[in-house]
Design a protein around this ligand. Structure first.
Ligand SMILES: *[C@@H]1O[C@H](CO)[C@@H](O)[C@H](O)[C@H]1NC(C)=O
Length: 347
């Protein structure tokens, strides 16, 4: 099912014209990414979901099939040493993981920004290509609040001679894991960095209606279930720009916990701050009932969130990514780990 969604997204993007001048990769990313972003970042720049497409080259097909394969099984590793980016070992990522554990200790502002950065990098045309770290893109108002963290991650990538795109995705997964209750997300490396910024104006806004958001996510290959799960990343989000007079307001009362309080409080209209787009999603015909389901089951949310986030992190990826999930390390306490989903305890 996911496979066909991705393929659909791919063909849809073929029809659209939207490009950036990137050499090696071209991709079709779906707008999905964005929503999750808005989720986490909702707070800051939350945007509604916008449809973005990009031009795809002839090798997109294979890239998409890789993504589809990995996300649908949730565990197969499309390792291929002949990939353009050429990642052949996860060793350097184990070392980077230790550094990130310190940076994200617990579930802090860097964690929140790193989670949001995944959406902001992946959603616009170009997919997850590290373009977010290019000054022209990073300094856009929509990315307010991400600058410090993204620059730290870019420096860490340079220091370790790894692609910035891989660093942003690996850090996003590490950040989710750093938040108590955060699930493990299958994480790949081997991307090629963009050399030019993504088009502006493609990130969703906090005012998008639920119908609009769903439509945009679907155009990117995501299902209503994916969107309902990704929006839950707002469990750890704070808003700064939607209502500057309440800068720092969190989207649920427990912004340092990866929990279902966000769903409960958004639905009941009892959260410290709720984005208009989130309230609309909670009432959207397809997404609303799923959010309701997640509001009563952390495990149901986790098992939908992990594959959706993995799919997001692979938007626009070229073929031959290497699975370095095992290099992720948890920075949570043993007690939290114990109550975490079983797959989150494997690493
Ligand atoms: C959903 O719609 C109902 C009926 O209009 C309204 O009472 C409720 O507050 C809405 N829920 C949210 C989360 O906005």
């Amino acid at each position: 099912m996911r496979l066909s969604l991705l393929l659909f997204a791919a063909s849809a993007s073929t029809l659209v014209v939207g490009q950036r001048s990137k050499s090696t990769r071209t991709t079709a990313k779906s707008s999905l990414a964005r929503s999750s972003t808005s989720t986490a970042s909702a707070a800051e720049s939350s945007s509604s979901i916008t449809s973005s497409r990009r031009t795809r080259s002839s090798d997109d097909g294979s890239a998409n099939s890789v993504s589809a394969k990995t996300t649908s099984t949730g565990s197969s590793a499309p390792a291929s040493s002949s990939s353009a980016a050429g990642a052949t070992s996860c060793d350097v990522w184990s070392k980077i993981s230790s550094t990130l554990s310190g940076m994200f200790s617990g579930c802090n502002d860097d964690s929140r920004a790193a989670i949001r950065a995944v959406f902001h990098d992946c959603f616009p045309d170009g997919g997850c290509d590290g373009s977010l770290a290019i000054a022209e893109e990073l300094n856009r108002p929509i990315n307010a609040g991400l600058v410090r963290t993204v620059n730290k991650l870019k420096a860490l990538a340079d220091q370790n001679s790894v692609p910035v795109a891989d660093m942003l995705m690996f850090a996003g997964s590490a950040a989710v894991l750093s938040c108590p209750g955060g699930p493990l997300v299958q994480t790949f490396v081997g991307r090629t960095d963009a050399s030019s910024p993504a088009p502006d104006g493609q990130l969703p806004t906090a005012e998008a209606t639920g119908d609009e958001a769903l439509q945009r996510f679907k155009a990117r290959g995501f299902s209503a279930n994916d969107l309902a799960a990704l929006i839950g990343s707002h469990s750890t989000a704070r808003q700064f720009t939607t209502d500057p007079s309440k800068a720092g307001a969190s989207l649920d009362s427990t912004p340092s916990q990866w929990d279902i309080t966000y769903y409960q409080q958004t639905i009941a209209k009892k959260s410290p701050f709720t984005l208009q787009s989130d309230a609309s999603l909670a009432n959207q015909t397809e997404v609303g009932p799923i959010m309701k389901k997640f509001s009563t089951s952390k495990s149901a949310w986790d098992s939908s969130f992990s594959p959706a986030m993995a799919k997001l992190e692979q938007l626009g990826a070229s073929s031959g990514l290497l699975d370095c999930t095992s290099a992720l390390k948890k920075s949570r306490s043993p007690r939290d780990a114990k109550s975490a989903p079983i797959n989150a305890r494997l690493y």
